[in-house]
Ligand binder design. Structure first.
Ligand code: ATP
Length: 242
């Protein structure tokens, strides 16, 4: 089943065409990786899908329903949740409190709030940090907190914006393992924007390469990452391997 579809999405910012007719499809339980050089339009695509702003034209469908321009809180109720490249927890609150706020925002009340939050914290390996102030967490734990808050919303599809950005390699592996296990154990559908090609190779069932607001290549990771047009368009010469 196709969970998420975008058809002919365009987005113009006072003359600049950031998206030029983007089509994509994400199947249930699969992971779509989106790559592209800086300014290719990846974040704009996420913003249009998640209703941060409406596309100039085109449509977005979630499980066949037209959700074009629908705001994030309504999308969360329909099962689609986004994490941000720059995390937005309440810094003076503890990890547990932050995840409780997320659980409450999807309607949990009373004892269910704590239970839901503890479940998400355990799932993301944050139990030891539950009582720590969120703003003081190391970067790797902050990423997990972002994921814990997203999971407390009980998504069926997760959109991840550079979830590995700012992490050193030793911090990346556990986050990658977590994402793999979400797909394996819970059949979570995911779309992720990522500059780290090792992560694209490990996680993606399908890869879309964006260039100047358009889809330049689409296919399995091996095919897309070895496409000479992709290699040329990405930073002009060589794919980042880090
Ligand atoms: P990066 O990898 O650096 O995050 P990206 O692929 O996500 O890049 P976008 O942030 O989507 O690229 O930007 C695509 C183009 O749209 C860029 O030229 C950018 O300057 C422009 N753009 C994005 N958001 C806005 C905005 N709110 N107002 C005006 N121009 C914008």
């Amino acid at each position: 089943m196709i969970v998420l579809e975008a058809h002919a999405l365009t987005k113009s910012f006072s003359g600049l065409q950031a998206l030029k007719g983007v089509d994509l499809e994400v199947e249930e339980g699969k992971i779509l990786g989106i790559i592209g050089a800086n300014g290719a339009g990846k974040t704009t695509l996420f913003n249009c899908i998640m209703g941060a702003f409406p596309p100039t034209s085109g449509t977005v469908l979630l499980e066949g329903r037209d959700i074009t321009g629908m705001p994030a809180h309504q999308l969360a109720r329909l099962g689609m949740v986004r994490t941000f490249q720059l995390m937005r927890p309440f810094h003076t609150m503890t990890v547990l409190e932050n995840v409780e706020v997320a659980a409450m925002s999807r309607g949990a009340r009373g004892a269910a709030v704590r239970a839901e939050a503890v479940g998400s914290i355990e799932r993301t390996g944050l139990s030891e940090w539950a009582g720590h102030q969120s703003g003081l967490l190391p970067a790797g734990m902050q990423k997990r907190l972002e994921l814990a808050r997203a999971l407390a919303l009980r998504p069926r599809i997760l959109l991840l914006d550079e979830v590995l950005a700012g992490l050193v390699p030793s911090e990346r592996a556990p986050v990658l393992d977590l994402l793999s296990s979400l797909r394996r154990d819970e059949g979570m559908t995911m779309v992720f924007v990522e500059h780290i090609m090792a992560a694209i190779r490990v996680l993606s069932d399908h890869v879309v390469m964006m260039d100047q607001g358009a889809v330049l290549a689409s296919g399995d990771a091996q095919t897309v990452l070895s496409d000479p047009h992709v290699i040329e368009a990405y930073l002009g010469k060589e794919l980042p391997h880090a």
